[in-house]
Structure formats: structure tokens, C-alpha cells
Design a binder for this molecule. Structure first.
Ligand SMILES: [Zn+2]
Ligand SMILES: [Zn+2]
Length: 149
């Protein structure tokens, strides 16, 4: 039995992994918000660490940092099942909502605080907050997590 399992809304796309995410992050940028329709919470895995199976199509957009994001969606229910950030090659952002045990995936970092919806109270769980894209800080957090695998 994998440590984490999950699926899209209709169940056609399934995920499984034996590892906890390297990072769980909230992005407050208006581009992610428009794409997800709401608050954006992603876990991050190396592509080799998580199995995502099922028919998807892709949509490419520009994230808050100005870098390309390739999002995969279930071809039936259109749930976003993963994003591939151009700036973090080999990494996969997987929305928290895909996981069956989403309640265990507490975000530790949020970015683009400058664009955060004002009524979203600052959450106690956040250890790091950045006003901008903070690509360097995210990269070092990912590398640190990788070393602790
Ligand atoms: Zn689906
Ligand atoms: Zn964003």
C-alpha cells in the first residue's frame, strides 16, 4: 500500500507515492489563482517519485514568476492533476486536493504574499513567507528536502 494515494474528481487519473512531498507550498499569485479558480496549494515531488496514471491533456501558462508552467488536467473532469514548472526541471507540483489524505499536507511556505487575498488570514503553519516568486529560496528548500530523503 503506497504511503499517499489520490485521484482527480472523477477518479480517472490516479496517483500513488511512497514518499512525503519535498515541499508543500501556497502560491498567492494572481496567475495561479485564475488558473486554479481559488487558493493554490501544491506539493512538490521529483517526477520519478510519484506515479500519476490516466488520460490527461496539457495547458501551458505563465506563472507569477514569468516562467512557463505546463499543467496537466484529467480529460474527463478537467481537474488539475499536476504542473511542471519550467524553472524547476524534473519537478512536479501536485495539487493538495488530488490526495486522499490532503489534511496531512500542511504548507510550510507561501509565495507572492503581495498578491494574497486580504481575507486569507496568515496561517500559523507557514515557516517562510515571501513577497515575490523567491525562486532561489524554493530551490534551496527542495534541495534540502532531497538531501533528507
Ligand atoms: Zn477526472
Ligand atoms: Zn503562482
Amino acid at each position: 500500500m503506497p504511503k499517499h494515494t489520490g485521484s482527480c474528481h472523477c477518479g480517472q487519473v490516479k496517483l500513488a507515492t511512497d514518499l512525503d512531498p519535498m515541499l508543500t507550498m501556497q502560491c498567492n499569485c494572481s496567475s495561479c489563482r485564475k488558473h486554479s479558480g481559488s487558493v493554490t496549494l501544491h506539493t512538490f515531488y521529483a517526477e520519478t517519485e510519484i506515479d500519476i496514471e490516466g488520460p490527461t491533456n496539457t495547458y501551458v501558462y505563465t506563472g507569477g514568476s514569468g516562467h512557463k508552467m505546463t499543467a496537466s488536467h484529467c480529460t474527463n473532469c478537467m481537474t488539475k492533476v499536476a504542473v511542471r514548472p519550467e524553472v524547476f526541471e524534473g519537478m512536479l507540483g501536485v495539487p493538495v486536493g488530488m490526495f486522499d489524505d490532503a489534511k496531512t499536507l500542511t504548507p510550510k511556505m507561501e509565495i507572492w504574499n503581495s498578491e494574497r487575498l486580504p481575507f486569507l488570514a496568515s496561517s500559523e503553519c507557514m515557516e517562510d513567507r515571501f513577497d515575490g516568486s523567491s525562486v532561489a529560496e524554493r530551490l534551496s528548500a527542495l534541495i534540502e528536502a532531497l538531501e533528507n530523503r
